[in-house]
Design a protein around this ligand. Structure first.
Ligand code: INI
Length: 153
């Protein structure tokens, strides 16, 4: 039997973060967690580029254009979609998640899903904690592992 596992080193990798400005305070915490995780696992600060979008709905089009340029080894999508704030929560949440999955599959480059979907601002804040439970950190961890796993195929 032969098993393949991605290492948790991001050395020499280039990562783009695409992040929604909507619910900016929460997004900023996600960004802090993600960058902390990436740099602690060997990604150089100079190898991280951050692209801000107005909302989560706009994240896929930026990812799709970045993927066409092929400059990065992995991508992170960060944002918060909160049910209480929009009657079109389902549409925004569904489009961003479908868009991210389809870009990752068609480009063959890992895109981590770091979009919080929550019923309330409180729930969203809990998932963007600076000390524990930060979805930005968790999704950065998964992209680090996936970037290495893909080099083994
Ligand atoms: N965008 C978000 O990232 N989170 C939200 O909670 C949200 N709400 O509540 O509406 C949201 N809406 C904006 C949307 O992403 C687009 O920017 C907008 O519809 C313009 O295309």
């Amino acid at each position: 039997m032969k098993e393949f596992k991605g290492s948790l080193s991001g050395k020499d990798k280039k990562v783009a973060i695409v992040i929604s400005r909507f619910n900016e305070a929460i997004s900023k915490n996600l960004l802090t967690g993600a960058v902390d995780c990436l740099t602690r696992h060997g990604v150089a600060d100079a190898s991280i580029d951050v692209y801000w979008t107005p909302g989560s709905f706009e994240i896929p089009v930026i990812l799709s254009n970045l993927a066409k340029k092929g400059k990065y080894d992995g991508y992170l999508a960060l944002g918060a979609v909160i049910r209480g704030e929009t009657p079109h929560f389902e549409y925004v949440a569904a489009e961003v998640s479908k868009g991210i999955a389809s870009i990752s599959i068609s480009s063959g480059i890992p895109v981590a899903f770091g979009i919080i979907t929550a019923d309330t601002v409180e729930q969203a804040k809990d998932r963007a904690g600076v000390k524990s439970g930060n979805k930005g950190w968790d999704s950065a961890m998964s992209v680090i592992e996936m970037m290495d796993l893909l080099t083994q195929i």
